[in-house]
Design a protein around this ligand. Structure first.
Ligand code: NAD
Length: 435
């Protein structure tokens, strides 16, 4: 199959590379020339484990290329994937579809022969209908079928998720498109990685329903963690005791500073808006959106209490800025809200993250960024773990205690054993572990 991917970001690049690994002929397109130039030069513009090797292999095999030219590859493609961003619209929280619609109009002008236009971006119910309308308005002769194929990959494990997905969801109302989509995903073992064929609107909704459910689990366990602190219980044992029930499952039951990232915050908000627009409000998700926002800033209060109730004149060392480990993505990271709240309360901050500092410093240029854990620890009143990078799972407490003004550790990811940290002479604060 000849495939064009529009948008070479976290999803478009991983999808394109993995589809070429399936054996398809793939061209990844982006309008940012610098990104394409770097890819052509063998550089990978995002941090995603394993991606560099996979790109090199498929480029060398002649199956994968990069360009800023949309028209050429789209004209030759059997399928065009739209994988551009759909951020929250600032005015009302709805998914901002302007990049998707602009890409659709460009596709309309370039397509030749029957072409499947696949929406990989996360888009609200009914977007496929609008894409179809835009294409036919821009080019009444275009012979296209518009398909929804939402992406469920997780940054940091994106290749594994794409190559071995729990499921592939494909929504369409056209038999020719069904055949092409089936051929694209044919290399997957259907027994292990089932493909769910459904109607386009249903497919669009599956993505939001799935993400909002995972966000719901996180918001729920975070509230149970708060209760643990008040009643003298341990959230990790609660999570284990709950999660071993196969009806519940253990994933997404780790209490922490609130969910972030480029998906959950915007997708929960977009589902809320879609549901309200259709007079079928989903109160449950409306509630967790609020809970999560409040929670991120509330973590600053936890840090404040850990240093005696006043942050003025105190220096805090921050470990971890990305919304989760193994990515350089800081979009909606809890660190953004926590850092801002700490600054508002008068703290001085030092920070280190293995991959997230370039992006974080664009938003917050005035933090004191350091190149390692030790430098962050020098002279601080407390260290705070916000992201659970593996680097932070093995801290040298003896060295840190010598460097820090006071040996206080606030572990917002519960990665340490409370007794072991206390034995190293540290005052330890974590989430939902009062016992
Ligand atoms: P991103 O911002 O990393 O990448 C989008 C890219 O599209 C950018 O490089 C941008 O320059 C490019 N682009 C925009 N308009 C273009 C055009 N007309 N022509 C060519 N290039 C264009 O976004 P992302 O994180 O990859 O997310 C893309 C979509 O996938 C979103 O809808 C998101 O919700 C969804 N999604 C993301 C993830 C994730 O983990 N990041 C997971 C599942 C789904």
């Amino acid at each position: 199959m000849r495939i064009a991917i529009i948008g070479t970001g976290y999803v478009g690049l991983v999808s394109g590379v993995c589809l070429s690994e399936f054996g398809h002929q793939v061209v990844c397109i982006d309008k940012i020339a610098d990104k394409i130039d770097r890819l052509k030069a063998g550089e990978v513009p995002i941090y995603e484990p394993g991606l560099d090797d996979l790109i090199a292999r498929n480029v060398a095999a002649g199956r994968l290329s990069f360009t800023t030219d949309l028209a050429g590859p789209v004209a030759e493609a059997d399928a065009v994937f739209i994988a551009v961003g759909t951020p929250s619209r600032k005015s009302d929280g709805h998914a901002d579809l302007r990049y998707v619609f602009a890409a659709a109009a460009e596709v309309a002008r370039a397509v030749q022969g029957f072409t499947v236009v696949v929406t990989k971006s996360t888009v609200p119910v009914g977007t496929g209908d609008e894409i179809e309308r835009i294409i036919h308005e821009a080019n009444p002769h275009a012979d296209v079928a518009v398909v929804s194929n939402p992406e469920f990959l997780r940054e940091g494990a994106a290749i594994e998720d794409f190559m071995k997905p729990d499921r592939v969801v494909i929504g369409m109302n056209d038999d020719r498109a069904r055949q092409i989509m089936a051929d694209i995903y044919k290399p997957l073992d259907a027994e292990k990685h089932p493909v769910v064929f459904t109607a386009r609107r249903t497919s669009e909704l599956i993505k939001y329903a799935a993400n909002s459910f995972l966000a719901l689990k996180l918001a729920y366990i975070n509230e149970i963690a708060d209760l643990c602190e008040h009643v003298g219980a341990n959230i990790q044992d609660v999570s284990l005791g709950m999660g071993l029930d196969t009806r519940i499952g253990r994933k997404f039951l780790n209490a922490g500073p609130g969910y972030g990232g480029s998906c959950f915050p915007k997708d929960t908000l977009a589902l809320v808006k879609t549901a309200q627009d259709h007079s079928a409000p989903i109160r449950l998700i409306e509630t967790i959106v609020g809970i999560n926002e409040t929670r991120k800033r509330a973590m600053a209060r936890k840090i404040e209490l850990a240093v005696g109730g006043d942050l003025r004149g105190k220096t805090i060392g921050i470990l971890g800025l990305t919304f989760k480990p193994d990515t350089d993505d800081i979009r909606e990271s809890p660190a953004l809200s926590i850092v801002q709240a700490l600054l508002d309360k008068g703290a001085r901050l030092k920070a280190y993250d293995p991959e997230g500092m370039p992006a974080f410093s664009e938003t917050m240029p005035d933090l004191d960024y350091k190149s390692g854990i030790g430098e962050v620890a020098d002279g601080v009143d407390a260290l705070v773990i916000i992201t659970e990078w593996s680097h932070f799972r093995d801290l040298d407490f003896a060295d840190l205690a010598k460097r820090m003004k006071r040996p206080v550790l606030v572990d917002l990811r519960n990665i340490y054993d409370r007794k072991a940290v206390a034995a190293a002479g540290f005052e330890y604060h974590s989430v939902g572990r009062a016992d």
